[in-house]
Design a protein around this ligand. Structure first.
Ligand SMILES: Cc1cc2nc3c(=O)[nH]c(=O)nc-3n(C[C@H](O)[C@H](O)[C@H](O)COP(=O)(O)OP(=O)(O)OC[C@H]3O[C@@H](n4cnc5c(N)ncnc54)[C@H](O)[C@@H]3O)c2cc1C
Length: 430
């Protein structure tokens, strides 16, 4: 079949890869001049989420105060944004959390397998590192994380719950003073460079004959004809002059447009189901080699991830929830500074002296998250339209497993994940 993939982030490139491998003829449309320019560019490094990494559950935003939660909330009176947070908060209940995470786990496992297959087949090097240490400041935070730790046990994820002394022993860059409650070591979980991986995979696809339409924006999707069609225009020009619109057609379309997905594929009937969350990174040069962490250190409650990438430390987190109408607008300088301060403080608290934060390069980006914490992956009501988006804050590895699900569905094959997971990921759930 001919398939058009809209979006050249990790989700789009991974989807194109799986479709191409399944024998389809693929065209990728991207509005930037190159791939990996959206959320994929700024990702913090963690490859696959564990139950401790997802941005829902008992420890996520248990406090409304940025200093404790690691998130800034400025929703004002915006009922859409507040309803979104209210619904997300229902997943703090341990049973609700466990039930929701259990639906995600098969996709995590499929993603692990897909990534392993790609790495073996293509022998890609994309700065992979092994070992993630989640740390907890207060005993109460560690207690709150117990349901997530129980899920690690339940799903056979190798891990060790550590005392503070053991944390310092496995990662000497973590200071033993001031006191902290302890940590959880995930020795096999990995971090890597997602934009590098995306670009390498794009090159493989280009060499294999996948077509790329760069610097073209999809401004509309038409599904009424015998073939599906995508309207293309100059980026930023919209549909101003119909003579400037180019129409390309295919048997199927997969929307992998990150935060641009709802506009093209529809966001479902529930208006507050998907939210474009602004998240930040700081990339700082390593200051003292002996103080730089060799494991990725995560302030588990605040969801601040500190990853060593060669001679740099990448610090990611500090989500900003503001009114839905402002979500995709640039942040005002004050909020931006507060978000970056949270990351700077996280670095100072957990890996002091590791990086020159004053020389850090700051970046912010939007990532689409859903109100029930799960990605939006699969078929839609229209048989020619598919979606692979909203993988959330720990989404880049997941986008690869989701790509396999999409390729199977497009090919008419039942994906190798349970039916209740497929239903839980469907955009039709909203
Ligand atoms: C600061 C930050 C830190 C993160 N840290 C991690 C992490 O540590 N681990 C992890 O797993 N995940 C992390 N994530 C999330 C991860 O980056 C995302 O889940 C993933 O990159 C999303 O990929 P995507 O392809 O869906 O979206 P994007 O990368 O945003 O790609 C969408 C693409 O579609 C294009 N597009 C949109 N609309 C159109 C249109 N109409 N026409 C043509 N092209 C269009 C965009 O230009 C873009 O290139 C982080 C994200 C951010 C922002």
């Amino acid at each position: 079949m001919d398939v058009i993939v809209i979006g050249g982030g990790i989700a789009g490139i991974a989807t194109a890869h799986q479709l191409h491998a399944a024998g389809h003829s693929v065209c990728v449309v991207e509005r930037h001049a190159t791939v990996a320019q959206g959320a994929t560019y700024g990702q913090g490094g963690a490859l696959l989420p564990s139950s401790l990494d997802v941005w829902f559950g008992p420890t996520f935003m248990a406090s409304n105060r940025a200093k404790q939660s690691g998130m800034l909330v400025k929703t004002g009176f915006d009922s859409v944004a507040r309803d979104f947070l209210k619904q997300l908060a229902t997943l703090r209940d341990p049973e609700a959390f466990a039930a929701r995470y259990a639906l995600l786990q098969p996709l995590v496992e499929m993603s692990r397998q897909v990534l392993a297959d790609i790495e073996t087949a293509l022998e890609l090097e994309f700065e992979q590192r092994r070992g993630v240490l989640h740390v907890f400041r207060q005993p109460r935070e560690l207690e709150d994380a117990q349901p997530a730790i129980d899920l690690l046990k339940r799903f056979g994820v190798p891990h060790r719950v550590l005392t503070p002394e053991e944390c310092v022993a496995v990662e000497p860059s973590v200071p033993d003073d001031p006191e902290f409650a302890g940590g959880v070591l995930l020795p096999d979980e990995r971090t890597a460079n997602c934009p590098l991986f995306t670009k390498q995979l794009k090159q493989v696809l280009e060499d294999g004959g996948v077509q790329f339409r760069m610097h073209r924006e999809a401004v509309g999707v038409r599904l009424e004809g015998a073939r599906a069609a995508v309207e293309l225009a100059e980026p930023g020009e919209g549909k101003k002059r119909s003579s400037d619109i180019e129409v390309i057609t295919a048997d199927a379309i997969v929307v992998t447009a990150g935060t641009g997905t709802p506009a093209l594929a529809g966001g479902g009937k529930q208006p507050n189901a998907l939210y474009a969350l602004r998240v930040h990174t700081l990339t700082a040069p390593v200051a003292y080699e002996e103080r730089a962490p060799h494991l990725t250190v995560v302030d588990s409650t605040k969801r601040i991830t500190m990853t060593r990438v060669n001679q740099r430390l990448r610090v990611a987190g500090a989500g900003v929830f503001q009114s839905a109408s402002k979500a995709d607008k640039p942040l005002d300088a004050g909020l931006s500074r507060r978000a970056l301060d949270l990351l700077g403080q996280g670095t100072h608290d957990w890996v002091p002296g590791a990086a020159r934060v004053s020389a850090a390069r700051a970046w912010e980006g939007l990532r689409l998250i859903s109100v029930d914490g799960l990605p939006v992956v699969g078929a839609t009501r229209h048989p020619r339209l598919f979606v692979n988006a909203a993988h959330g804050p720990a989404g880049w590895g997941l986008a690869c497993g989701s790509a396999k699900v999409i390729a199977d569905l497009v090919s008419g094959i039942t994906p190798d994940v349970p039916a209740d997971t497929i239903a839980a990921l469907s955009i039709e759930r909203f």
